[in-house]
Design a binder for this molecule. Structure first.
Ligand code: ADP
Ligand code: MG
Length: 232
């Protein structure tokens, strides 16, 4: 049986007539399944944003939360690497201005204040719902590897740990995760555990039509899910 808090996330979105989860809801969902999400808070005033940033620690990232904005950076709704309170206050107002200019009728639910994840190896974990097979989980490296080269692996949910390990190893760019050409090695155990947790989440949450954790930044130890999108 899944956690009450998980059900509540879907109920809130449904009650508000949304067919997608806000990033903080999607990350809370992933967090319930033990996945490595960024520290995150929702602010509804500039002062709240300042307090949250102090708690999380600079540098931080600000992002828009609006039911009319699914692709946040397209609306000028993402500011990264904010280093101090002055930049935070400016950034808070800049985002509101940007979003008003791009989407004039956007309702503003709040502003996300989140941990700025350091650079790492970019991977993508996602899912689609196949009409015949049900939820299918996808893994690949970020950027050109998925978008241009279509270098991805797929499995039908639910999967075993061995399946998850094979998904990681069977992409053509696998050597990059192994630290080819002096690149840092990526923590494959964390990737495998995150893929497994995703499978469990998809199994328990038929509400999820589409999932896109992109990018997930992977380090020599650990990882951070930087953006998570869920379509209901
Ligand atoms: P969008 O809704 O436009 O996809 P994202 O949340 O993906 O917005 O943010 C856009 C980009 O900003 C990301 O692809 C990533 O490169 C960077 N970014 C976003 N959040 C963070 C973060 N917490 N730490 C580091 N980089 C981030
Ligand atoms: Mg994104």
């Amino acid at each position: 049986m899944r956690d009450e808090a998980v059900t509540k996330i879907f109920e809130t979105a449904k009650a508000e007539g949304r067919d997608f989860l806000f990033e903080h809801e999607a990350k809370a969902l992933c967090g319930h399944y033990g996945m490595p999400i960024t520290a995150i808070a929702v602010a509804t005033t500039e002062e709240e944003a300042v307090k949250s940033a102090e708690k999380i620690g600079y540098p931080i990232v600000l992002k828009i939360v609006s039911p009319q904005v699914l692709h946040k950076s397209d609306a000028g709704g993402v500011l990264i690497n904010i280093k101090d309170e002055k930049a935070l206050r400016e950034g808070y107002n800049q985002i509101l201005k940007n979003v008003k200019a791009h989407v004039p009728d956007a309702e503003i639910t709040g502003i996300l204040v989140q941990e700025m994840a350091p650079n790492g190896t970019e991977v993508i974990i996602g899912s689609t719902n196949d009409p015949t097979f049900g939820p299918t989980i996808m893994f690949g490296l970020g950027g050109i590897f998925v978008e241009i080269l279509k270098d991805v692996s797929f499995r039908i949910v639910p999967i075993t740990k061995t399946d998850a390990e094979e998904m990681v190893k069977e992409i053509k760019a696998y050597k990059i995760l192994e630290g080819a050409r002096g690149m840092p090695k990526a923590d494959q155990e964390t990737i495998v555990n995150t893929i497994l947790a995703t499978s469990k989440m998809l199994e328990e949450c038929p509400e999820i039509k589409e999932l896109d954790m992109n990018p997930v930044l992977v380090y020599e130890k650990g990882a951070r899910i930087v953006d998570a999108r869920v379509i209901l």
